[in-house]
Design a protein around this ligand. Sequence first.
Ligand code: X8Z
Ligand code: ZN
Length: 596
Amino acid sequence: MRRFALILAFFSITSCRTGAPTAEEARKFLDGAESDLLTRANEAGRAAWVQSNFITQDTEAISAKANERSIVATVKYAKEAARFDNVQLPPDLARKMKLLKLALTLPAPSDPKEAEEMTRLAAGLEAAYGKGKYCPGGDEKKCMNIDDITKIMASSRDPKQLLDVWSGWHTIAPPMKKDFERVVEISNKGAKELGFANTGAIWRSQYDMPADDFSKELDRLWEQVKPLYVQLHAYTRWKLREKYGKDVVPENGPIPAHLLGNIWAQQWDNLYPMLAPAGADPGYDLTAILKQRKTGAMQMVKYGEGFFTSLGFDPLPETFWQRSLFVRPRDRDVVCHASAWDVDNDNDLRIKMCIDITADDFNTIHHELGHNFYQRAYNKQPFLFRSGANDGFHEAVGDTIALSITPDYLVKLGLISKAPDPSKDLGLMLQRALDKVAFLPFGLLIDQWRWKVFSGEITPEQYNKAWWDLRLKYQGIAPPSPRGEEFFDAGAKYHVPAYVPYTRYFLAHILQFQFHKALSETAGCKDTVNRCSIYGNKEAGQRLMEGLAMGQSKPWQDALEKLAGTRQTDGNAVRAYFEPLEKWLIEQNKGKPTGW
Ligand code: X8Z
Ligand code: ZN
């Protein structure tokens, strides 16, 4: 019987040589494509690194060219892959074929002129964002970059000043609008050539399920977490109204976007001192402690690395410390939006970040290192599998670690001498909710806007109105002054001119709570989940490492099973984590309006 089957198989292979392509040919094709694409990705990666570390005309042009070569090659292979559409392939090859067709965030059309134009404009947009400044009254000596603006938004409680810098930062965007539109137009053409309705359809097809099912999945997740957000929103609005008065903050309408402690109103943790619950404040301020101790940028990163090595991960390579950028250079423009890199898709790991000595950046460092440790964990996979299980996983790893930054952990680091007793948990939980729960609707809405921009449902004449409609619908916030179509407010957020898909962060803000819960269980934590830290626990580290090492070789549901013991993304992990806070918020909000 066996022999017979073998002969048949052999026969079918020989007979196919003259007709349809074979699985063996598919393997050869993929081997060649992977090797070529790896070389091109590394070239483009190096050029992009230099471009964003030294923003000049030349680095921009060099990077655009390298990106063009990489994109054009990927499109070529994705089109050639169609040749194998009707061939029965083993699962790993079938997955690689699928990933090849989905690999591009911005696909280029076959017309070389358009490919050149698209990559040139995209490089220019990222550079324009990186150079973005607000110079009050046009005075060159008073210019503020994004770091300066971030600090004012975090600390000022003067609504006039907040409105000024808020409006000021948003002036960087209108000059980008034309090029932004053109990139949308060209990449849509590229997407159509690959058989997709538009670029947004490619973005939605990355999740091992039909694109429409994925959209429904997002709606389901949002409905799961929304009740908690609505309570947090109502409480915050009430407190802001107490602070700024009824002329500035409405009783039951949307919150003005410039009062939330962040230029995009995406995380509200900077408002914590104004919102702190009486009698439940943790009694320490990590930002103040780090500053007091004169912690340097490099030391901040060392703390982050130390967490990962405590789990059993190898230390970062020496080159990480030599090649990363930790401090904003004084003499040149750089793209300071924090990012993590794997320049050779192997071990040349780096971060690029203009570190400020704050608790926020302490968290962000863990976020970035999560990317680097993930990249290294999957670097033995074939090139097409060297990626996160899905992009939400990539964004969730470092955040999961940061959820383990508990008072007990800070005591272990020697940053505080004694952990506050559990009666103070509420304050810590509120701080975390102002970061994580406040973020959820923002994480969702950016691509709700962009998907419609790509599909043409939102036309350039409606960009700003549609943007603020979504900000109102999901976040319950409103612009502090009228914002007509002469503005391009979406463009003032890095990921829009940089064309970085954003739904990944929404997913990550759900997934990290599932990961944290499961890893805490592995670590044997018997406490309530907000008090668990997996620091130093090798079993949790082992489980994490095994999940990360899979890269994108299997559907993300398999990786989720490994990391969280379930195959479904589930917003209830967020609700469970914050349960005591939610109860408290409901209590605080009694008799006050909720919703907008
Ligand atoms: O962009 C980032 C990271 C780099 S992947 C710093 N984040 C989003 C943002 O800043 O808008 C992390 C949280 C959301
Ligand atoms: Zn990230």
